[in-house]
Design a protein around this ligand. Structure first.
Ligand SMILES: Nc1nc2c(ncn2[C@@H]2O[C@H](COP(=O)(O)OP(=O)(O)OP(=O)(O)O)[C@@H](O)[C@H]2O)c(=O)[nH]1
Ligand SMILES: [Mg+2]
Length: 250
């Protein structure tokens, strides 16, 4: 169910009997005949019984996906008035956060979901269970951490982060990465991040890349414009680049 006020019949009511009162008037019936009539009138079709498991799929326009610690929650707080928990360790976000990105004439809902890791589709980490919240988003923003391998950190290179994310999304639902997408190259403020950004641009072409420092909100105004562009496109270009290359190394 996707629209307010939408109705759906999930269990039909029974067909009621007419009730005994209706044959009381038929005085001419014999006692035996009346009892026979009564039993046939009072038992018609029983109603159906059903058990339901209801699963909430948040409806956001933009889904932020990234490895743990990439800065998704920081970015959500830079884009909107949402104030999710932010910390320097993986799996800070345990439940999806939704914020509103406000433009002069309309607003867009942005979902920040828990970080995904390679192998999430095999039940590693905890992000996979939350991918249902981005199933209905119109646009995807891949948040990559430019600094994950810089200054002695033992993280994953940005283009490999992207590949891991695309693989996980495709494992979750084939074709999910075909929707209009952009890349947020986060932590551009870190030493060495500029060179990493240049390398990312060389390796990943055909998808807009926005260099951002979410913590200082640098690059965020351009990103807002970019997100709006993807949302507004009357015939949004489907992002086949990522889905077609996802199995290959960038
Ligand atoms: N230098 C720098 N650090 C950042 C930037 N954005 C976020 N961080 C830091 O990165 C760490 C992780 O940020 P979060 O926003 O919690 O990351 P997340 O992707 O939501 O992490 P999970 O919820 O664990 O998946 C925090 O210490 C942030 O302060 C940035 O632009 N530059
Ligand atoms: Mg988070």
């Amino acid at each position: 169910m996707t629209n307010p006020g939408q109705r759906l019949i999930i269990a039909r009511g029974g067909e009621g009997g007419l009730g005994n009162a209706c044959i009381l008037k038929e005085m001419w019936l014999s006692k035996a005949h009346r009892q026979e009539e009564m039993s046939s009138l009072s038992t018609r079709q029983p109603g159906t019984e059903t058990y339901l498991i209801l699963e909430l799929k948040s409806i956001a326009d933009v889904g932020l996906v990234g490895l743990p610690n990439a800065g998704k929650s920081t970015l959500l707080s830079a884009l909107s008035r949402a104030r999710p928990e932010i910390a320097d360790y993986a799996f800070t976000t345990l439940r999806p956060n939704i914020g509103s990105l406000i433009y002069e004439d309309y607003s867009v809902k942005v979902a920040d979901i828990p970080g995904l890791i390679k192998g999430a589709h095999e039940n590693r980490g905890l992000g996979h269970a939350f991918l249902r919240h981005i199933e209905r988003t119109k646009v995807l923003a891949y948040v990559l951490d430019l600094a994950a391998t810089l200054n002695g950190r033992k993280g994953v290179l940005p283009w490999e982060q992207l590949q891991d994310l695309v693989v996980e999304l495709e494992h979750y639902q084939e074709g999910l990465t075909k929707r209009p997408s952009l890349i947020v190259a986060n932590k551009i403020d870190e030493e060495g991040a500029d060179a990493m950004y240049e390398e990312l641009k060389n390796r990943v072409q055909g998808v807009p890349i926005f260099p951002v420092c979410a913590i200082l909100q640098e690059g965020v105004p351009d990103l807002r414009v970019g997100l709006r562009g993807l949302m507004d496109a009357s015939d949004p270009q489907v992002c086949t680049v990522l889905s077609s290359k996802y199995a290959k190394a960038y």
